[in-house]
Ligand binder design. Structure first.
Ligand code: PMT
Length: 397
């Protein structure tokens, strides 16, 4: 349930709706009369594919919107932007519009993102009302850094839409892991993700196409099942973010850095899932200056990188599990079997670049899970679904 009130930040509600829907949410807008001065119900209903609620009576035929039903329907209510006036009415039960009556009937957790002029925000009555709402168990999403930055200009600013959505996501993730009773509860899992970059000179590197999507999906799945996740991550796009509070992320660049991080972490872990695409070789020397073009051929001598998987396989103690991946282009199964043994994995997840929609960068993957005794083929699925299959297998172990 998204409540919109009469603030200039109302246009940002569109971005909030878009991001929520992209993440799979169903969004119902309830808007105050002042809110409609800033953004039209037509825009909002086009974005949510639902009629926007603003009046008690939808038509003149006596049918009316039930704020009680709305209060039961929602999994969360977000009021963004929330003006000083709405915050005051909410704190004091002044139920003179549809948004406030819906708020008063709300059974789900409520999040409030204030947006107003700095002086109004700083006023003792606003601060008191926010405290009151907090004492009722509502979650206040304080204006973010934008607010502080604009302090000098004397204008308040609502927290950015992506941060508001991240806050909701974090809340739901916490709820989910609390409700999931799983053998992963409290278990510590190390996950590697993404590519590694091996420096040739200050501007060039040897890398690969791994996006980190598969590894991040595994981290989210383990965290959702209650595990404490150490995510060691190579250089991935800045859009790759984790929000689950159970995930601690360490960013590295090269295979050697990933190796050092993993070696230090693995002894205190219950399991590790090695999903990163680690460069097997690195330039023997990294040039200090940018290498200049000449007419001659160029040879870069490479030296082998540490094999993280094989090292952890050697360190593995009784009760610890180690899961690896195999990315193959040919002789898939026999190569995967060989890696399973050589690296002392408990099972290996084979994906082949021969399968369309599998491997690097895609949102999907098609895997075979191979243990010393068994082999199971899975169909093409989203990486989130594949992560569930892999973590199910880990839980079985
Ligand atoms: O990141 P995405 O775009 O979502 O793509 C996902 C993926 C294709 C990268 C992933 O599904 C995958 O297959 N990861 C492993 C890629 C790989 O490097 O495979 P490999 O067969 O070369 O290595 C075998 C295993 O040893 C892997 O678990 C690898 O992490 C590990 N390894 C390899 C080399 C090395 N020096 N150290 C290692 O630990």
């Amino acid at each position: 349930m998204l409540g919109i009130t009469g603030s200039i930040a109302a246009y940002k509600s569109c971005l909030i709706i878009r991001q929520l829907i992209k993440k799979g949410a169903e969004v119902q807008v309830v808007i105050t009369p002042a809110g409609k001065e800033f953004i039209t119900p037509i825009t909002l209903s086009a974005l949510t594919s639902k009629p926007v609620i603003s009046e008690f009576f939808a038509q003149r035929d006596g049918t009316w919107h039930s704020h009680v039903d709305l209060g039961l329907w929602a999994d969360a209510m977000l009021i963004a932007p929330a003006t000083a006036s709405t915050i005051g009415k909410m704190a004091n039960g002044v139920a003179d519009n549809m948004l406030i009556t819906t708020y008063l009937s709300m059974k789900a957790p409520v999040f409030i993102a204030p947006a107003m002029d700095l002086d109004m925000y700083a006023h003792p009555s606003t601060q008191q009302n926010l405290k009151t709402l907090q004492s009722y168990g509502n979650h206040i999403i304080e204006p973010g850094t934008g607010f502080l930055a604009s302090k000098l200009e004397g204008k308040g600013r609502m927290e950015e839409p992506e941060n508001i959505v991240a806050r909701l996501e974090q809340f739901f993730a916490q709820q989910e892991s609390a409700s999931l009773s799983s053998s992963m509860n409290g278990k510590k899992v190390l996950i590697t993700a993404g590519p590694t970059y091996e420096k040739i000179d200050p501007v060039r590197f040897i890398g690969n196409y791994s996006s980190g999507k598969m590894g991040f999906a595994l981290a989210n799945e383990c965290a959702a099942r209650g595990a404490q996740v150490e995510l060691v991550c190579g250089p991935v796009s800045s859009s790759m973010q984790v929000t689950h509070p159970n995930i601690h992320r360490t960013n590295v660049e090269s295979a050697r850095e990933m190796y050092e991080a993993c070696k230090a972490l693995y002894p205190s872990m219950n399991s590790a899932i090695l999903c990163a695409a680690v460069a097997d070789y690195a330039p023997e020397h990294t040039a200090e200056q940018k290498i200049k073009r000449t007419a001659d051929d160029m040879v870069i001598r490479l030296k082998p990188n540490p094999d993280i998987a094989a090292s952890l396989g050697q360190m593995k103690q009784q009760g610890q599990t180690l899961v690896g991946f195999a990315l193959e282009t040919n002789d898939e199964e026999s190569n995967a079997q060989a890696k399973l043994k050589k690296k002392n994995f408990d099972f290996i997840v084979l994906n082949s670049l021969k399968d369309e929609g599998a491997g690097f960068r895609t949102d999907t993957n098609k895997v075979t899970i191979i243990t010393a005794e068994t082999k199971k083929d899975y169909p093409l699925k989203s990486k989130e679904e594949v992560a569930k299959d892999i973590v199910d297998e880990l839980e079985r172990l």
